[in-house]
Design a protein around this ligand. Structure first.
Ligand code: SF4
Ligand code: SF4
Length: 431
């Protein structure tokens, strides 16, 4: 880590001192250091290091605010626990705010006052981004998205090949040689998006979604250039890059003339596009946004697709992605769809909006320097899964699917990990 120059410090402090958002000031001043949030956080619960208590993460940012933006902090910093922005503090911030927070929001529910801890953590990340301290691994993920249109740097012809291969798979599956996965079709109702991990590692989940669209008779398309639902600028804290990534997706919807943007199975991507991008872009979208889970719910309720849950024969549990369930309100839609698609659902303890993060959120999956810690905190999820006795874990987020796959391997759980589209596609009654 390079030496901190006064110019860089000023950029970070400006984020606090030139801030006109009363929400930030309120949340920086609200923590009463009661520590009740401690065991709600998977990092503190697993590592038992006091620096990982959520309130301590808030205090890293709040102590800088007190030092540079309050009278007492300026004249007598020791009286208000105000801290100078030094190399040492920057190092602590990188470790705690990038490497020990998945921005899952569980602590907010357990905080006696309701301090929005992930919001403060992201403010700290914005400060670090302004100084150029985004971990190189996370930054390279953002750079890949900006330079190639998707965060894994998949070449367009490679993506098109995968889609054609999945199209053949779909035709065999439904016994219809006219079944297709449309690419770059203008004027369709829906533009579908995916997490680049799907074409790279889990292409069958794209075929599963295509089978559902086929059964519903949907008017839809994928874009071969702009299919990436993720936005790692949300996690890096660089708002300009988060805005650029969001803007390109809005432009693609307009270019193809679609009425609805369907958010593929990705928690943070859905959140960044649906809830954060209107703020980044300072405009209300002139098209609808809906997650694939809600769309499937509509298909089932309106009779556009029919499911036979007896076609799925195992025992199932759900891992609730933080950004879709706790922070996105998808609890009822997700339970409705899964219960229509499987015969036996066993809930984790806790579950729903109190569920633990899998450990892979907040950009941690992209930051290999924290791999050991990420898998260690993932043991909480492993224990939750093992206790259900389920054979299959369903999760509507491909970041979670990736972390769950690694947890499955590390802790020898012997379960299958599936997306919602895969479970629904397996239960579809075609024709
Ligand atoms: S947002 Fe999640 S990971 Fe971050 S401090 Fe809160 S509970 Fe811990
Ligand atoms: S529970 Fe809330 S008020 Fe108490 S230490 Fe945690 S963040 Fe601060």
């Amino acid at each position: 880590m390079g030496k901190l120059s006064p110019d860089l410090s000023e950029k970070a402090i400006d984020i606090l001192s030139k801030n006109t958002d009363s929400k930030l000031i309120t949340h920086l001043n609200a923590c009463v250091h009661c520590g009740l949030c401690g065991t709600s956080c998977l990092f503190y619960k697993k590592m038992q290091d006091p620096k990982f208590i959520p309130g301590k993460k808030v205090d890293l940012v709040a102590s800088i605010y007190r030092r540079y933006c309050t009278f007492t902090g300026k004249v007598a910093p020791h009286l208000s626990h105000a801290r100078e922005l030094t190399d040492e503090l920057v190092e602590e911030m990188v470790d705690s705010l990038y490497g020990a927070c998945s921005m899952c929001g569980r602590c907010v529910k357990h905080c006696s006052i309701g301090v929005d801890i992930p919001f403060v953590v992201r403010t700290g990340r914005r400060m670090l981004a302004a100084m150029g301290y985004v971990p190189a691994t996370l930054q390279s993920t953002v750079d890949a998205a900006i330079n190639t249109g998707n965060n894994m740097g998949i070449a367009e012809d490679e993506f098109v090949d995968t889609i054609q291969w999945m199209e053949e798979d779909l035709q065999d599956e439904v016994g219809d040689e006219k079944a297709c996965i449309p690419l770059n079709q203008e004027g369709r109702d829906m533009l579908y998006t995916v997490n680049p991990r799907e074409p790279k590692f889990f292409p069958l989940s794209i075929a599963a979604a295509a089978k559902i669209f086929y059964a519903a008779g949907e008017s839809w398309t994928l874009s071969s250039k702009m299919y990436d639902v993720t936005n790692y600028g949300y996690f890096s804290g660089n708002d300009a890059e988060a805005t650029a990534i969001a803007q390109r997706m809005f432009d693609e919807v307009h270019k193809l003339g679609c009425k609805t943007l369907v958010l593929g199975e990705c928690g943070h991507g859905s959140r960044a596009l649906r809830w954060e991008s209107p703020n980044y872009l300072k405009e209300k979208p002139d098209f609808e946004m809906i997650t694939i889970v809600e769309l499937i719910e509509q298909y089932i309720k309106s009779g556009r697709i029919k499911l036979d849950k007896t076609l799925n024969k195992k025992k199932y549990t759900i891992h609730d992605p933080c950004n879709l369930v706790r922070n996105g309100g998808l609890y009822n839609s997700l339970r409705f769809v899964v219960k229509e698609a499987v015969p036996e659902l066993i809930e984790m303890d806790p579950y729903g909006s109190d569920n633990f993060c899998c450990g892979g959120g907040g950009g941690l999956l992209a930051m290999s320097e924290f791999n050991e810690r990420r898998l260690k905190v993932g043991e909480i999820k492993a224990e939750q899964i093992r206790a259900t006795g389920a054979d299959v874990v369903i999760s509507p987020c491909h970041n979670c699917v990736d972390q769950l796959t690694q947890i499955n391997h590390t802790y020898k759980l012997g379960v299958e990990i599936k997306s919602v589209a895969e479970i629904v596609a397996d239960a579809l009654v075609i024709g």
